[in-house]
Write a protein that binds this ligand. Structure first.
Ligand code: FES
Length: 398
């Protein structure tokens, strides 16, 4: 007897399964007990734990780093588990300052496994002429209750897309997502190598130096290089100057992903240096944290519009909120927040789409580098108010 191999294609199997699906379901429904539906389902409870709309936290401890920077250790104020995250993500902090309602994103400095033990750490540095950082530093005390979002953002190592080695370029308090990543690598919850180039003006400005040095000494997958712009002489283990392409080449292997988090000046400089290195776009990741405070400094902003003021007519979820003043140099989101109009927002840099709104009439300036809108959104008149600056009276629907 000859044997014949029969190959059943998976789509044939699928059709067979599909044909049985309706009778199988009908018989299951027939057999099921006639009980009221549960009030909640396990899948929704799990989703709520992983992606809560809001987390109420309590300040457990405050750690001071010099005169203008503090780390806040946060725990749940509701006795519930903290939402898990990927090293590099941020929390969006909800604030009410006077009449203004606003949010600010802060990277989580602690490791993901510490969240499983009930703690997040965020670090806040005072921003000169900043609104929110000063408020947090001056008013948050141990025991205070605060409101934050679920962890957000895409600034994390993704093995399917990234090279195995990450070159991290950090400036100032932009070190925090890398500290989280270094800890995650050390705790083996992330399987990557980290070469960290940390730029500061001088040694006194380096945050978490002891912790970073310990991690680098303990784990050969972590290397930390401090790059000091104001340093007069060269010191063992320190580089002098700026993080330019020569320095990146000196420490990076042949293939690497590059992640950048730091102040805007560093970001602008690093972006040009990275362009010259010719790295594929998918291997480059920026964390911006906030649009420009003054749009008139941005490339493409029509200079004669600086100082001009317009009106913005606002509708939130169909409800008229009236007319508010907005300045050309300031984002529409800032104008809304100043007027006390609560608008969903997380990243404040055009990326997350959380503030997505319809521009019903008028004209706005949207800087190219923070235009994170989908093509269809751009085509049909949607804007991200966090990165849109009015150039006429406008009307928007949030
Ligand atoms: S807040 Fe993220 S796009 Fe506006």
């Amino acid at each position: 007897m000859s044997r014949q191999k029969v190959v059943i294609r998976s789509d044939v199997l699928d059709i067979a399964r599909f044909a049985k699906m309706i009778p199988v379901r009908k018989s299951m429904i027939k057999k099921a007990p006639n009980l009221p539906l549960p009030k909640s389902y396990a899948v929704n409870r799990t989703a709520d734990l992983l992606h809560p709309r809001e987390q109420r936290l309590r300040v457990k401890q405050i750690i001071e780093h010099g005169a203008d920077t503090k780390s806040f250790v946060l725990e749940s104020a509701e006795n519930r588990p903290l939402a898990y995250f990927r090293a590099g993500q941020y929390l969006s902090v909800n604030l009410r300052i006077g009449n203004a309602v606003l949010t600010r994103p802060y990277s989580i400095a602690s490791s993901p496994s510490r969240a499983l033990r009930g703690e997040y750490v965020i670090t806040v540095k005072r921003v000169e002429s900043g609104f929110a950082s000063g408020f947090i530093l001056d008013t948050w005390e141990e025991g205070a209750e605060v409101s934050v979002s679920a962890p957000e953002g895409c600034f994390y190592y993704e093995p399917l897309r990234d090279a195995k080695t990450i070159v991290g370029i950090a400036g100032g308090s932009g070190i925090t997502p890398f500290l989280s990543l270094a800890n995650a690598i050390n705790e083996q919850t992330e399987d990557a190598q980290l070469i960290l180039l940390y730029g500061c003006r001088n040694e006194n400005e380096i945050l978490f130096k002891e912790e970073l040095d310990t991690l680098a000494a303990e784990n050969e997958k972590i290397k930390v290089v401090y790059v000091l712009s104001d340093s007069k002489k060269k010191k063992e283990g320190l580089e002098k100057g700026f993080i330019d392409r020569k320095l990146i080449k000196k420490y990076a292997p042949e293939k690497f992903s590059i992640f950048i988090c730091g102040p805007k000046a560093m970001y602008d400089f690093a972006r040009e240096e990275i362009k010259k290195l010719g790295i594929e776009k998918k291997y480059v990741r920026f964390e911006l944290f906030g649009a420009a405070n003054d749009a008139s400094e941005l490339k493409g902003f029509p200079k004669d519009f600086a100082e001009r003021e317009f009106n913005c007519t606002v509708k939130v979820r169909g409800e008229e909120k009236g007319k508010i003043p907005c300045r050309a140099q300031e984002s529409v989101l800032v104008a809304l927040e100043r007027a006390g109009i609560s608008v969903p927002s997380h990243c404040r840099s055009g990326e997350c789409g959380f503030c997505r709104s319809k521009l019903l009439s008028g004209e706005v300036f949207i800087p190219e580098e923070t235009d994170g809108r989908r093509i269809a959104d751009a085509k049909f008149g949607y804007i991200h108010p966090c990165c849109s600056y009015p150039l006429s009276d406008i009307e928007i629907h949030v």
